[in-house]
Ligand binder design. Structure first.
Ligand code: TYD
Length: 134
């Protein structure tokens, strides 16, 4: 469902680490938007939506965030617990995103500009959308 990738990381503990990924190579889409969610309290759950067309790469450079992903057929739980771990979502996927530790940061690079029309914010509508398009 979601593709888990390893973000290239260089460095050592004495000087710190640098992680990087490149558009069209590691993330096979053009990046038109970057956003991040920060200063959320521990236990917070956000998301509760899917996107019709948008492709995204999600990573957590600080802290620990759990993703519960559902593509309409099966559910998958992924823990973003390393700055070198990312997931690519490239199909309509219902997501629930939980802050396992306070102040964890969720970064997202997305293939398109913000468009509320691309959101499905109701789970029943999501299931209908998936059934219609499969
Ligand atoms: P949303 O994508 O629903 O995030 P979450 O599921 O984590 O709550 O976005 C929250 C609000 O922010 C919503 O009102 C839409 C707005 N928003 C923008 O204006 N631009 C953006 O790029 C994003 C991602 C959200």
């Amino acid at each position: 469902m979601a593709v888990i990738i390893n973000i290239d990381t260089i460095g050592k503990k004495e000087i710190g680490y640098l992680s990087f990924f490149e558009m069209l190579k590691d993330f096979p889409y053009e990046i038109k938007r970057i956003y991040y969610i920060h200063h959320a309290p521990e236990g917070m759950i956000r998301g509760f939506h899917a996107h019709k067309k948008l492709k995204q790469i999600l990573f957590c450079p600080y802290g620990e965030i759990e993703l519960v992903l559902d593509n309409g057929f099966c559910e998958e739980k992924i823990l973003l617990d390393s700055p070198s771990k990312a997931i690519i979502i490239n199909e309509p996927t219902w997501r629930e995103i939980k802050w396992m530790t306070k102040d964890s940061v969720l970064c997202v690079a997305a293939s398109d500009y913000y468009d509320e029309e691309d959101y499905i914010r109701n789970y029943k509508d999501f299931k209908e959308y998936i059934n219609r398009s499969s």
